[in-house]
Design a protein around this ligand. Structure first.
Ligand code: SF4
Length: 225
């Protein structure tokens, strides 16, 4: 993104990309696997989500039809490694019902709906909030929709860039109004923020090892303390 006028968000992207390189998100072989992963990853470590997805795959249930055919109890058992498995089983069931009702069971058809329509549909589905809906839009449907999560809020608050409206939409506008709407860039940027939040800008930030320390008020303050 070097060369765009959208500094500092573009500048931050460049610094993160230079530090960490491409993150190759989203891990998933199909749109359904990505979507199921987006639901299962709520309050779960990705390694546990992968175990749940592997169970679904081994049981032949990693598809809308596969989920529809098994009982909610069987489904809960298969996704147990991801935690909150009874609730998540109901969420997956609710999602495949939407695929069935709105697209005749064809996920690709559902994902081809206009972005605003698809987002509204996802948000009206049990268990799908803005972060999950936008992960599906970005990573499964390839739409230029920025995903906001706790890592984003934490790092960008420390950078002094929190929006006036501390709401999901307020945070999303911060990015979507400052960056060109490009799904590939949004994909990489979100992945880089997560990497940075896990590795450096942790609960206790490692400012001395941070690629953003020169432009971060928190990092500058830590250096002179
Ligand atoms: S300098 Fe510190 S607070 Fe700022 S982004 Fe880096 S790790 Fe986070």
């Amino acid at each position: 993104m070097t060369g765009t006028a959208n500094v500092p968000l573009a500048d931050i992207y460049d610094r993160l990309y230079t530090a960490y390189g491409a993150q190759h998100w989203w891990p998933g072989d199909s749109a359904f696997e990505i979507t199921a992963g987006a639901i299962l990853t709520q309050s779960a470590a990705w390694a546990n989500v992968e175990r749940a997805l592997a169970n679904l795959n081994a049981a032949g249930a990693l598809s809308p039809e596969g989920i529809a055919e098994i009982s909610v109890r069987e489904l809960a058992e298969l996704i147990r490694p991801s935690g909150y498995y009874n609730t998540k089983a109901r969420k997956l069931k609710a999602f495949v019902r939407i695929v069935d009702e709105c697209a005749g069971g064809d996920l690709e058809r559902l994902l081809a709906l206009p972005t605003a329509e698809l987002r509204a549909l996802l948000l009206a589905t049990y268990g799908i909030g803005p972060e999950t809906a936008d992960s599906i839009l970005l990573y499964a449907a390839g739409r230029p929709v920025f995903v906001i999560d706790a890592y984003t809020r934490r790092t960008f608050s420390r950078l002094g860039l929190a929006p006036e409206m501390d709401s999901y939409d307020g945070w999303q506008s911060l990015f979507s109004e400052s960056l060109p709407p490009d799904a590939e860039t949004f994909n990489e940027y979100h992945a880089l923020i997560v990497r940075h939040g896990k590795q450096v800008c942790r609960k206790r930030p490692l400012c001395h090892a941070c690629p953003l320390s020169a432009i971060c008020p928190t990092g500058v303050a830590a250096a002179v303390a």
